[in-house]
Design a protein around this ligand. Sequence first.
Ligand code: AMP
Length: 396
Amino acid sequence: MLIFVLNAGSSSLKYQLIDIKSKELKASGLVERIGIDGILKHEIGENKKLTFETSIPTHKEAIELVLRILTNDETKVINKIEEIKAIGHRVVHGGEHFKESVLVDDDVIRKIEELIPLAPLHNPANILGVKICKELMPKVPNVVTFDTAFHQTMPIENFLYAVPYADYTEHHLRKYGFHGTSHYYVSNEAIKLLNKKDSKIIVCHLGNGSSVCAVRDGKSISTSMGLTPLEGLVMGTRSGDIDAGVIPYLMEKKGLNHTQILDYLNKKSGILGISGVSSDLREVIKSANDGDNRSKIAITMLCDRIKKYLCSYAGLMHGVDAICFTAGIGENSDLIREKVCEGLEFMGIEIDKEKNSKRDKGNREVNTKNSNTKIFIIPTNEEFVIATDTYNLIKK
Ligand code: AMP
């Protein structure tokens, strides 16, 4: 059975066509620069790569183009669109309404729209993707999977901010957390590797956006991102944790308005802001190796912030059975994994430098034999979770 997985952003659209029974990835791709000019990078299976540059004025033309390419003679992987039996959509914010994936109906659309003030950059594009699919493929069921849903198990003391309680009840002010689909997938893989359900796992999702999650017995109990994805780790362009007093101070000193200060903290800070080199960690590592001091400081700040969360979550759970690294940095950078684990031997966390430095695919264990805590590298697969949830919901 073929499931189409869609992740619609403000000017981009990621997709995968997955055969859920055989777990085969039939095709995948990314449409970028929607409304500007338009470029589509399409992959058939895991090898054949194609690029199309054409005018793509709106998301509707983007989805139409992808559907044409999936069925066109030269590029086809399916004979007709009707072979797609369901569509799974990534939606960033599900607020407190959604604790799991759901089939789309008018009430679900209304609730996602109500949550736009909490995710103004993401939810409008996500819901637009759903509406266009309903228009183009009216007979096909749509399912939505939320980045926030996995974290809905956090206990109240871990999701409240220490501000007047009425702002939680009246204005929904609380930590929601993000990357939930990835934290769920990776922790679930770790549970299988540990072969125990009553487990204490810390997942480090380290990409351009990054977050850490404490997962106890398969449930998220705390995570580093907050009301928005700005809180927590030092990220590609986001500051992560800062003193809230920084905001009025900078607004006054630099004459910034509320949009400009958010832009400063979301797009100009983090690794890019400290190093002044790039938000791409590969370039920052290269420049640190060439002797650039600010790049070295950025890398140390990134690793120390992760370490701070690791230790606090180990304390919160009274121990840790496994630390998992995932996403672009977590899966690929032996340097960052090594620096994060460095000095934690006193807690029984010991990375095997040789195993850690080997490049490989798939899930792998990189701790020493003596380490009390397992250290896993687990490539994330959010699309597969969305496809599986979609299949399970339509089967019902
Ligand atoms: P993601 O958002 O998951 O795609 O991750 C993107 C981040 O992963 C970027 O900062 C990349 O520089 C980083 N990345 C990818 N490969 C490597 C690598 N081999 N070493 C260090 N960072 C990497």
